[in-house]
Design a binder for this molecule. Structure first.
Ligand SMILES: Nc1ncnc2c1ncn2[C@@H]1O[C@H](COP(=O)(O)OP(=O)(O)OP(=O)(O)O)[C@@H](O)[C@H]1O
Ligand SMILES: [Mg+2]
Length: 266
């Protein structure tokens, strides 16, 4: 794997938060990885281990204190300028005064690339909320709002999709359903997904590779490949292979566990 073309390469990423009058926080220390273009990667680790921080570096919302991240040979700022980075958060963050269709079109509109109505309709259909395009966010369930947020992220046709615990607030069965929907959509587009989760089962089920992180300072302590073909996974959700992967993730999490004490500096 080379750093220039079809890969995302993080090299010795360090991120120190500094604020006047406060101890510096070493949020990430020497984080290195290579991610192939089109892979589904999960970041898992206890609260405070730097998952959101790392995601922000991917999204060009933070610049590492040292080290380098390149996406297909370019720094994240270049992709950000090209609107090639999609984002989705734990809350759907839809604008309540705009309809679902208007929300889906919003980022394109801001980027002067407003999608035509048939594209908005296709995006809404893709995520299974085609009938609700003229409804307002408060008229939808939490899962449906997350579908709208996914459609909005896809509207800019990103090359990389950053997802920060997008299904964390959903009940277990709705979350499973959304996992399958996400895989169905992702399988067609094959963009690179960086998916933050606290759920071991979700990480094992969704990912090509899971990066396990540990806190204080935040670092990657293990990488686990999940090789089971996608089409087998729904029937094997509780089968021996995914259970073994989940156990491995669990082992690394527990071995490196240090309950974060936010009262003390890192
Ligand atoms: N803007 C900031 N200024 C100072 N410290 C910060 C800032 N943002 C995050 N931190 C600290 O950096 C560390 C990593 O935070 P981060 O939000 O990346 O963790 P996380 O893994 O996403 O946690 P969670 O699972 O709770 O979302 C934490 O100790 C946090 O308190
Ligand atoms: Mg976070």
């Amino acid at each position: 794997m080379t750093a220039d073309n079809k890969s995302i390469v993080g090299q010795n990423l360090n991120l120190i938060y500094r604020r006047a009058g406060a101890e510096p926080v070493a949020a990430l220390q020497d984080v290195s990885f290579t991610i192939e273009d089109g892979q589904f990667i999960s970041l898992i680790g206890p609260s405070g281990c730097g998952k959101t921080t790392l995601l922000k570096i991917f999204g060009d919302l933070l610049v590492p204190t040292s080290g380098q991240l390149t996406i297909n040979g370019e720094p994240p700022s270049v992709l950000r300028r090209r609107q090639a980075i999609g984002q989705m958060f734990q809350d759907a963050t839809l604008l309540p005064w705009k309809t679902i269709g208007q929300n889906i079109a919003l980022l394109g509109e801001i980027a002067s690339r407003k999608p035509p109505p048939h594209e908005v309709a296709a995006l809404a259909n893709m995520v299974g909320i085609g009938r609700f395009i003229d409804n307002y966010p408060h008229e939808l369930s939490g899962g449906m709002r997350q579908r709208a947020a996914l459609a909005r992220a896809y509207a800019l046709k990103p090359r990389i999709l950053l997802m920060d615990e997008p299904f964390g607030a959903l009940d277990e069965i709705t979350r499973e359903h959304m996992n399958d929907e996400l895989v169905r959509i992702w399988t067609k587009s094959r963009l690179t997904v960086i998916f933050v989760t606290h759920s071991i089962a979700e990480a094992a089920y969704l990912s090509d590779r899971v990066l396990v992180m540990a806190p204080r300072p935040g670092r990657v302590v293990a990488e686990i490949s999940i090789d089971m073909p996608r089409e087998q996974r729904p029937a094997e959700r509780f089968g021996p292979e995914l259970t073994r992967c989940a156990e491995e993730i669990h082992h690394h999490l527990v071995t490196n566990m240090q309950l974060g004490n936010e009262n003390e500096p890192a």
